[in-house]
Design a protein around this ligand. Structure first.
Ligand code: UD1
Length: 457
């Protein structure tokens, strides 16, 4: 099979802060019921961090079921600038970090892709030195990296932040990081992953207390185990890693994307449709399925890896609070808000994970929703119907929420901010088209929509 090398110079739109730079829009004619089967892609958040973990191994790592996303392309570029060979072969990436020798990651790429900062643990473990630009905040919040830094310090690394660069290196004559007992103040997904990667090659045992329990953390652990790492307890709050000297080649398939699946469940629910989704891991979606059932959406498990969503007789209001896994995922909060916008009654959404992740509310209001924001709480008064309008996504999941809402809104919805959407959804518009949605990607000029200035909140 002929592969395609991911090139460090291949240019992508700036997907972090400039949706305006991407002039394409999605146009949706709402009110069409969806029908059929949708194939769920591999998990974005697993793919990105597993690509970083391939740095730990000097041999070929074949990673299967990698979604086609702007963020994956960008992570590939980060790795190639470090001297790593990254080749795409259909749905797989073959990564070889044998000649990886550069400890300094490029500013332009890391600041556009927060997950690339998580590679600091793997770079430090392999090379004994790492220089990572701070990823900075983003549209949904400040997103510090203090837990990553403190964990690496506990493992014996000297870490200093100077001029926006996180410089980490091993003490004195130490060749390896030292195993340590680390308590995380909060169960950060990224910090758990950074420290787990660092610990795989450390000298001795590392125990991560109050670790994140997300399925993507477990996926990363399983990937590392497939390379010979000794990790126990991933998926619980205590992860124990016995460091080994070296990891070896692997062939690994990543888990289905529970957030993409959650978004399709919302799309089916809001349009009163019957659709099948696979492959999925239903347990990963437990909190989402539980809340959907609570509001009256019938969801059936058709097979071990297949779900069916069916039309509801009525969509009821409910309250949700986003929490670390196994709580309700913050990444599905925005599309769920779209559904609650047309529920019968008043709902309350409390976003507890990120400080600025309710910006889609004002755009949903442009589609006729009735949502008020106070701090990190959204009060959603259900309306009978949404109506199409020009709107813009302000971050990845906000853009997805607008697509979900647009599918149910009467008339035409035109959505801007697709560079956000393309970061994390593998051909969402095409998958929806295949389900019968009237959705197309156009240039802004072709769409001819009038966009209001971005509202502040
Ligand atoms: C990951 C996911 C993201 C998801 C989030 C929460 C990836 C690539 N992204 O992001 O899609 O929404 O988990 O499920 O996997 N925090 C600190 N200090 C730190 C690290 C985090 O204060 O050192 C705070 C953050 O600002 C945030 C909270 O902890 O408020 C949770 O963040 P975290 O779990 O680290 O999210 P990410 O790993 O960045």
């Amino acid at each position: 099979m002929e592969g395609r090398l991911i090139n460090s110079s291949s240019s992508l739109p700036d997907t972090k802060s400039a949706p305006e730079a991407d002039s394409s829009v999605l146009q949706i004619w709402g009110g069409q019921p969806l029908r059929g089967h949708v194939k769920i892609s591999g998990a974005k958040n697993s793919a990105l961090v597993i690509m970083a973990a391939a740095l730990l191994c000097p041999e070929d790592c074949r990673i299967r079921n990698v979604p086609l996303l702007a963020d994956v392309e960008r992570m590939g570029q980060v790795l190639t600038t470090l001297g790593v060979r990254v080749e795409r072969q259909d749905d797989a990436l073959v990564i070889n970090a044998k000649d990886f020798s550069t400890s300094k990651a490029p500013y332009e790429l890391v600041t556009q892709l927060r997950a690339s900062f998580f590679a600091i643990g793997a770079i430090l473990a392999r090379l004994g030195i790492a220089q990572m630009p701070l990823p900075g905040g983003c549209a949904i919040g400040a997103r510090p990296v203090d837990l990553h830094v403190r964990g690496l310090q506990a493992m014996g690394a000297e870490v200093q932040i100077e001029h926006g660069i996180c410089n980490a290196h091993l003490h004195g004559n130490n060749r390896r990081l030292q195993g340590a007992k680390i308590y995380l103040d909060s169960p950060s997904v990224g910090a758990t992953e950074t420290l787990m990667m660092a610990a795989t090659l450390a000298d001795g045992e590392t125990v991560l207390e109050n670790a994140a329990r997300e399925p993507e953390v477990v996926d990363l652990a399983n990937f590392c185990i497939s390379m010979g790492a000794k990790i126990q307890g991933a998926g619980t709050s205590t992860i124990t890693i016995q460091g080994v000297e070296k990891l070896h080649s692997t062939d690994y398939s990543i888990i289905p994307d529970r957030i993409e699946a959650g978004t399709f469940l919302m799309a089916g629910a809001i349009t009163g449709s019957e659709i099948l989704l696979s492959p999925v891991v239903p347990e990963h979606l437990f909190p989402v399925i539980a809340k959907l059932r609570e509001v009256g959406i019938p969801i059936f498990q058709e097979a071990a890896d297949c779900l069916r969503v069916a039309p509801a007789s009525v969509i009821k209001a409910t309250n949700i609070e986003t929490l670390p896994h196994p709580g309700f995922p913050t990444d599905v909060q925005a599309p769920f808000m779209s559904l609650l916008a047309i529920a019968e009654g008043d709902s309350l959404i409390n976003e507890t994970v990120f400080e600025n992740r309710l910006r889609h509310a004002s755009e949903l209001n442009r589609l006729g929703a009735d949502i008020r924001i106070k701090g990190n709480v959204a009060f959603v008064r259900g309306v009978p119907m949404l109506s199409g309008a020009p709107v813009r996504g302000t971050d990845l999941r906000a853009a997805a929420a607008l697509v979900v809402a647009g599918l149910a809104a009467s008339g035409k919805t035109t959505i801007k901010g697709l560079s956000f959407l393309d970061r994390g959804y593998d051909r969402l518009d095409l998958k929806l088209q295949q389900l019968g949605a009237k959705i197309q990607r156009l240039s802004e000029a072709e769409a001819g929509a009038d966009f209001a200035p971005l509202s502040e909140n």
